[in-house]
Design a protein around this ligand. Structure first.
Ligand code: MG
Length: 313
């Protein structure tokens, strides 16, 4: 029986699976092209139809993503993936040109609410990064490419601490104006708490529609699922997560990365909210990639689910 507070909430949510890009990029071992392709196909089979697949960044900078073009050439020929939104992260005009050559139809652009973070991450101030985005999105828009916007460090920056809500609004305004279909608000260092999440969503909801907002939580301090639930109760219906909780946190060694897709599945399923996910197939996708990486997943639900399947009970 749901409590009253859940009765008037939406009946389904969108999960954007970020494991193949955000997840794998933060894993140490390099995954082969063949295994990346298989992982994406298994995720798609599990009912995840918005998948961040790769990025078009300099190969020297992020070796794990150096095969974006090759991967995309294989993905676009796969008939099972024709209606799946396969998102590629693109940092600049050079990346955009490479993405177009590979036949990419969906991209994501990124900036941050912190000048220090942007300088360390992409060697550009916030304003400079917005100019790069403007330039690459002119090409994207001319080619009818859909664009998602990531905003990092919304809930805290490893260098500056709390970042400004006015700065956040300014970036969100600019991205809306440039034509992104939604913005994903990143808790880059996994420091957000439900109270802060509610404040940020309430602040932005004065100027933006709730379906323009998506939430990207990291489980570094164990509050990611609580933050997702608070966001959902406030009317947010789009969430980023990674299968098996793939990805570490580059700013806190050994800490958990993205909230696990399985944990979001369990949360929403228990509330009677549709995610479109077939948990058995998702667990097969996660088990496959975790075996490739030779490591345990971060999802508590996945661990419990797999052990309940293997024990005679
Ligand atoms: Mg992430």
């Amino acid at each position: 029986m749901l409590s009253n507070s859940f009765l008037n909430l939406p009946k389904k949510v969108r999960i954007v699976e970020v494991g193949p890009r955000d997840g794998l990029q933060n894993e140490k071992s390099i995954v082969s092209l063949e295994n990346k392709l298989k992982f994406i196909k298994l995720l798609n089979l599990s009912g995840l139809h918005e998948i961040e697949a790769t990025s078009f960044v300099r190969a020297q900078k992020i070796p794990q993503m150096s095969d974006g073009g090759e991967l995309f050439n294989l993905l676009k020929k796969d008939s099972d993936l024709l209606t799946t939104r396969l998102i590629s992260l693109v940092p600049n005009l050079i990346g955009m040109e490479a993405a177009l050559n590979a036949g990419v139809r969906d991209i994501a652009v990124f900036t941050s609410t912190s000048n220090s973070f942007n300088k360390k991450n992409i060697n550009a101030s916030i304003d400079e990064s917005m100019l790069r985005i403007k330039e690459l999105m002119a090409l994207a828009n001319a080619n009818k490419i859909s664009t998602r916007g990531y905003i990092s460090t919304v809930f805290g920056c490893p260098y500056e601490g709390k970042t400004s809500l006015d700065q956040l609004k300014k970036i969100a305004d600019q991205l809306l104006e440039l034509g992104v279909y939604e913005i994903s608000l990143g808790d880059t260092i996994g420091i957000a708490n439900p109270k802060q999440v509610a404040e940020v969503i309430e602040f932005l909801s004065k100027d933006f529609k709730l379906d323009f907002l998506s939430m990207h939580f990291h489980d570094t301090r164990g509050l990611a699922v609580a933050n997702v639930l608070t966001s959902f109760e406030m009317g947010i219906t789009s969430f980023d997560s990674s299968a098996g909780g793939l990805g570490g946190c580059p700013y806190a060694l050994g800490a958990s990365g993205n909230v696990a897709t399985e944990d979001l599945y369990y949360l929403f399923d228990s509330l009677g909210i549709e995610t479109g996910i077939d948990i058995e197939k998702l667990s097969a996708a996660s088990s496959f990639i975790l075996k490739v990486l030779n490591r345990e997943g971060q999802s508590k639900f996945l661990k419990a689910y797999l052990s309940s399947k293997s024990s005679p009970s």
